[in-house]
Design a protein around this ligand. Structure first.
Ligand code: SIN
Ligand code: FE
Length: 292
């Protein structure tokens, strides 16, 4: 049975055992929720909990695995403090994932760490960029050919929860939109790459994921009526999901840390449960397809 949210006790980030029940919950699209596992911040770091730490021109404050912090404004001391805090978050997130899911360890590709100090509820965005609408994550300019998007989130707001809605199982959603998916056109993918709209060639898988992302976000009836579970992530809590598979929407909240990892789907415990596995099964062929 699909369980959208599975609670995991304990406050510690390191030394957690691997548990097949939790791996299975994660790989079937569930959210692992650690209500007591806080990302601890010093009093000086708590002074960074201000929306004006974000450069208004940037969507988020992000720290690539290599290279300088992006999107942050502040004094040199504040920026150094933020940089070190984000690095610490990355280390804790890596430790958590490596301990709980040792099979991923050798294949984890480190993506940026982000700090999101902006209140979600009042943020105005185009429908496509609006994460208040139910969606799965898919990147328009960065094709990933089925690589998994694993995310660790921590609510660092001292008093308010981060409010999410978690949707139905990925496959149930795909069944609804499948008849509306336009066919993949290799020439269009080549054109998008030559115009540098995409950084590499968009595969049939990428095409389907983006179509699902857009169709879901645009469909107001789906947004309103599709099965969904309201989830309040408490202050001082952490949660983990495959955000390319778990249907999610955020309604409100301010101050969150987040770490993204990419993982090749063949190195999951059960690759058949990945979006690539599910979409390939429904299409009746493997969708890794288009090569460079
Ligand atoms: C997302 O939709 O990936 C963002 C979720 C959040 O900001 O809480
Ligand atoms: Fe998202």
């Amino acid at each position: 049975m699909h369980q959208p949210i599975v609670e995991v006790p304990g406050a510690h980030w390191s030394g957690r055992p691997t548990e097949s029940k939790l791996t299975q919950a994660l790989e079937s699209g569930g959210v692992l929720y650690f209500p007591s596992m806080a990302f601890t911040m010093s009093p000086a770091e708590q002074g960074l909990l201000r929306p004006d730490m974000r450069d208004p021109k940037a969507r988020n404050i992000s720290q690539p695995p290599k290279g300088p912090l992006k999107g942050a404004l502040g004094s040199p001391e504040e920026l150094a403090l933020l940089d070190a805090m984000m690095r610490r978050y990355r280390q804790q997130a890596v430790q958590l994932v490596q301990d709980m899911f040792p099979r991923y360890s050798a294949y984890l590709r480190m993506e940026p760490t982000s700090f999101r100090p902006t209140e979600v509820a009042s943020r105005k965005q185009s429908w496509r960029a609006d994460d208040k609408r139910m969606h799965v994550d898919a990147f328009p300019s960065r094709p990933n050919r089925g690589e998994r998007i694993l995310r660790v989130f921590s609510n660092v707001n001292p008093q308010d929860p981060r409010m999410w809605r978690v949707g139905e199982p990925f496959e149930d959603m795909v069944q609804k939109f499948w008849p509306q998916l336009p066919p993949y056109r290799a020439w269009k993918a080549r054109l998008l790459r030559s115009m540098r709209v995409t950084k590499s060639l968009r595969s049939e898988y990428d095409h389907m994921m983006l179509q699902l992302h857009d169709k879901m976000k645009r469909d107001t009836a789906y947004q309103k009526n599709a099965p969904q579970t309201v989830m309040a992530f408490a202050p001082g809590s952490t949660w983990v999901c495959f955000s390319d598979q778990t249907l999610h929407a955020v309604d409100r909240g301010q101050f969150m840390m987040e770490q993204t990892f990419f993982i090749p789907p063949q190195h999951q415990y059960d690759p058949a449960q990945s979006p690539l596995g599910i979409l390939s099964r429904l299409a009746g062929r493997t969708l890794e397809g288009a090569r460079q």
